[in-house]
Design a protein around this ligand. Structure first.
Ligand SMILES: O=C(O)CCC(=O)C(=O)O
Ligand SMILES: [Fe+2]
Length: 204
């Protein structure tokens, strides 16, 4: 696709249907142990429209008082996050071009009316490693811009099985999800969209 930021890899249809079903199954099992919860914005305490959980030694969390950060335990259960499944570690190995494994897999669940505002992924200490994003379920409208919030953006749809790698010069590009298109996939029985992002958090 033309005009994508340098370093952004867009891999449409990267995962076939059986691979997508396998990942949904793994996510379902993980969510039984580490339930989805509603994160709130720092300061205002405003709830996000996306529900979240994590896999891996570290997980991205946010709350009113302490803001955005990574921590080793689920904020509701207090338990360590479930492990990142082998299928995701191997996907990272194939597409990340980074020698160390991911330390966090953020699981975002979007109901069909959820969205995610334009933001940078910058709570990691490691910007050399890419963020690898996997889309499952209903198609979304994804927007990506530049390194400044006001830079021009371009939008494209991410369908179930698509993978995006925000690496290199695109690692800190602003991005967000403007909308979910209902009934565009049969993968999730009750609709909505799951996004998984694999991240390296620490430098070493
Ligand atoms: O849902 C997506 O495609 C993007 C998610 C995202 O940007 C994030 O979790 O930081
Ligand atoms: Fe992001």
């Amino acid at each position: 696709m033309a005009d994508l930021p340098e370093g952004l890899k867009y891999l449409p249809g990267y995962l076939d249907r059986p691979a997508q079903e396998g990942l949904v199954d793994l996510v379902r099992h993980a969510v039984a142990d580490a339930p989805l919860y509603v994160p709130v914005m720092p300061g205002t305490g405003k709830p996000m429209s996306v529900q979240m959980t994590n896999l891996g030694p570290l997980g991205w969390v946010t709350d009113k008082e302490r803001g955005y950060r990574y921590q080793a335990t689920h904020p509701v259960t207090g338990k360590p996050w479930p492990a990142i499944p082998e299928a995701l570690l191997s996907l990272w190995d194939t597409v990340s071009n980074y020698p160390e494994p991911p330390q966090a897999c953020l699981v975002n669940f979007y109901a069909d009316d959820a969205r995610m505002g334009l933001h940078q992924d910058k709570d990691e200490k490691n910007f050399a490693a890419p963020v690898v994003s996997i889309s499952l379920g209903n198609t979304c409208l994804f927007r990506v811009g530049g390194l400044n919030r006001k830079d021009p953006t371009r939008s494209f749809r991410l369908a179930s099985g698509d993978v995006v790698v925000l690496g290199g010069a695109s690692r800190l590009c602003f991005h967000g999800v403007d909308r979910i298109y209902p009934d565009t996939s049969t993968l999730l029985k009750n609709g909505g969209r799951i996004n998984l992002t694999l991240r390296r958090v620490t430098l070493l």
